[in-house]
Design a protein around this ligand. Structure first.
Ligand code: NAD
Length: 253
């Protein structure tokens, strides 16, 4: 095996939620490994675009709100217009709502399920249809969570969505592996981003979480760089339906 199998030179990746946190770090990692990027976000991703371009790659910004599936055909059309093909899809955009299960609202249920699960399925379907039609294979990487494995506290819709996402990763892998499409997921542990700001601000929760992480620190967005490049590359061609935990050892405890 040569290290070339990790190269993404000439590949095209769509990354949702590319403007912040884990999405930005994964976008930059893919670009440094050779990918051109279709960056999907609700706001203009100037900083991410500059980082990708300084890595010598092209960046196409697509403004889209994935709280509905309406923009999905537009995202795929824009990617094909800009680059002619799609090799990689990173389903990263996600939201979280915190409330006791007894008080949890229908709105907080639907909002989270819509972005974190429904749009992921229909964007994956749209990209897979392209990959199957072009017979060029592809890589779909879903961003799961520790709450794909565990129940969590006060986040019932998030846990339902992320547990569903791990199941969906396996379901789609089963159907699309024969077409040369690898569907896998990355389950980040407790990472220091906007998504976890409330946890880190709570002294007790922060201490409890840190005490359980064998690596002894919160994850950094950049900790996903190696795993995402690996799963996007031909080095992982025989991996299907896997959810790779990148968690400082959290699940091992
Ligand atoms: P973040 O809040 O910094 O980023 C979330 C991204 O999703 C942003 O780019 C945001 O604009 C985008 N997004 C949200 N709603 C959207 C919508 N309706 N349409 C389009 N884009 C939308 O948080 P993050 O930690 O970087 O989260 C990225 C992913 O990683 C999420 O799926 C999250 O659930 C997951 N995750 C995070 C952690 C963590 O500890 N931070 C752990 C496990 C999983």
């Amino acid at each position: 095996m040569s290290l070339d199998s990790f190269s993404l030179k000439g590949k095209v990746a769509i990354v949702t939620g590319c403007d912040a946190g884990l999405g930005q770090a994964m976008t930059v990692a893919l670009a440094r490994a050779g990918c051109n990027i279709v960056g999907v976000s609700r706001r203009t991703p100037d900083e991410t675009q500059a980082l990708v371009e300084s890595a010598g790659r092209r960046f196409e910004a697509v403004k889209a709100d994935l709280s509905t599936i309406e923009p999905i055909p537009f995202i795929v059309d824009e990617a094909l217009r800009a680059f002619g093909h799609i090799d990689v899809l990173i389903n990263n955009a996600g939201i979280i709502r915190r409330e006791n299960a007894l008080e949890f609202s229908e709105q907080d249920w639907d909002d989270v399920l819509d972005v974190n699960l429904k749009s992921v399925f229909f964007l994956s379907q749209a990209v897979a249809r392209h990959c199957v039609a072009e017979q060029r294979g592809g890589k779909i990487i879903n961003i799961a969570s520790m709450l794909s494995f565990q129940g969590g506290i006060r986040v019932p819709s998030y846990t339902a969505a992320k547990s569903g996402l791990m199941g969906l990763t396996k379901a789609l892998a089963n159907e699309w592996a024969p077409h040369g499409i690898n569907v896998n997921a990355i389950a980040p542990g407790y990472m220091a981003t906007n998504n976890t700001a409330a946890l880190r601000a709570d002294k007790q929760r922060n201490a409890d979480i840190l005490a359980r992480i064998p690596a002894g620190r919160w994850g950094r967005a950049d900790d996903l760089a190696g795993p995402v490049v690996f799963l996007a590359s031909s080095a992982s061609d025989y991996m299907h339906g896997c959810t790779l935990a990148v968690d400082g050892g959290w699940l091992a405890r």
